[in-house]
Ligand binder design. Structure first.
Ligand code: FMN
Length: 167
C-alpha cells in the first residue's frame, strides 16, 4: 500500500533543503521560480537535476529556451523566494526587478548576491508523475564562501548552523 500524498508531504516538510530560484529566458521574456528540489547528479559530465512541476510557467519556458540558471539564495533573500513562488501575484518577466539581476554567460538571468549560481544547458528531461526531472549540464558557475544559504524546513525559512564534531 502506498503512502498517501498528504503523509508524504508532511514527511517532506521535515526534510531540510536549500532554496533556489531557477531562471530562464532573456528580457523581456524571462521566467523564474523558487525551487528546493535540486541536487547534484553527475561529475562526468558535470550535471545537476531539478524537479519542476509541469504546470508551472517556468517549465514551459525553460524547455523551450534550453538554458537555465540555478541561483542558490542567500539567507537575506526571503523576499526573492516569496516573489518567485508566486506570492504577490507577479508572473513571468514582471518578477524581475532589474537592479537585482545580471546575466549569466549563457544569457539567462543570474541573481546578484546569491550564494551560488549554476549556469546550465538543458541536457535531458525525464517525466516523473506531476513533475519533470530537468537535467542540466553545468557550463559555468560562481559562488562565494562569504554568504550563507537560505534553507526551507518545517514549512518555514531557516538557516544552516554548523556543529562541532564530538571529541
Ligand atoms: C520553498 C518552496 C520550494 C518550492 N520548490 C519547488 C520545486 O522544487 N519544484 C516545483 O515545481 N515547484 C516548487 N515550488 C513552487 C513554485 O515556486 C511555484 O509553483 C511558482 O509559483 C512557479 O512559478 P511559475 O508558474 O511562474 O513558473 C516551491 C515553492 C516554495 C515556496
Amino acid at each position: 500500500m502506498a503512502l498517501s500524498a498528504e503523509e508524504f508531504r508532511r514527511m517532506m516538510r521535515r526534510y531540510p533543503a536549500a532554496v533556489t530560484v531557477i531562471t530562464t529566458g532573456q528580457a523581456p521574456d524571462r521566467a523564474g521560480m523558487t525551487a528546493t528540489a535540486v541536487m547534484s547528479l553527475s561529475m562526468e559530465p558535470v550535471q545537476l537535476v531539478c524537479a519542476i512541476n509541469r504546470s508551472t510557467y517556468t517549465h514551459e519556458r525553460l524547455v523551450r529556451h534550453g538554458r537555465f540558471c540555478v541561483n542558490v539564495l542567500e539567507r537575506g533573500q526571503i523576499a526573492v523566494a516569496k516573489l518567485f513562488s508566486g506570492q504577490g501575484g507577479m508572473m513571468g518577466d514582471a518578477r524581475f526587478g532589474d537592479e537585482a539581476w545580471t546575466v549569466a554567460p549563457s544569457g539567462v538571468p543570474m541573481l546578484k548576491g546569491a550564494v551560488l549560481a549554476f549556469d546550465c544547458h538543458l541536457a535531458q528531461c525525464v517525466d516523473a508523475g506531476t513533475h519533470t526531472l530537468v537535467i542540466g549540464e553545468v557550463e559555468a558557475g560562481c559562488g562565494t564562501q562569504a554568504l550563507q544559504p537560505l534553507l526551507y524546513l518545517d514549512g518555514a525559512w531557516a538557516r544552516a548552523e554548523k556543529v562541532a564534531e564530538p571529541a
